[in-house]
Design a protein. Sequence first.
Length: 224
Amino acid sequence: MTTIPTTSTPGATDDALDLSRVVIPLLRGVVYQADNAALWALLRRHQTRVKDHMAVMGLELVVDEAEGYAHLRQMDYDDIDVPRLIPRHRLSFRVSLLLALLRKRLAEFDASSSDPRLILTRDQIADLLRVHLPESTNEVRLTSEVDALITKVAALGFLRPITGQDRTYEVRRILKAYVDAQWLNEFDERLRDYLATLEPGAAEGSGDPAADRDAPNGWEPSDG
């Protein structure tokens, strides 16, 4: 049997490897310029190719140069039934609450600081939540709930523990893409309804107002 030797053009092979080096991290989660400048430069160099490659899988490449991050988003085909590569996830009310509070805190931070990194301690996060939780919540229960919420939000990729600093977290800037003005307005309405149920003499309700809700954009980022 005769074996036909295969040849490849070095440049073409390098381009394919470069594409893989960008595509694989994007499929795993959010790519940040600050975390990997070389990967970011590679993404910018091959952005058109990466965008076309992802479109074949029904994914949209979103690059925010001002904020320094890139991520993938499932394309919307309206009523056409297309398999989803990125599954839809649902968020509990209190996870949604923490995301909304962190998003507002990030907006305040950006308006008053030139530092791109918002760093919060667990106690500061607890203070954000405290005013929106029932007064009957004691400190032990609050501490336990805050820790659980932080763990969930970190798993989603919106908080990152700071190495060497106990219980200190960076609020990831991808939160700005995930929680937009419309989402905040809708959630504020739900929050007002929820807080009304906590007023003395209010009729007993079901507690958290919306149980679970779809995550905005049907997309769950993570740091991979």
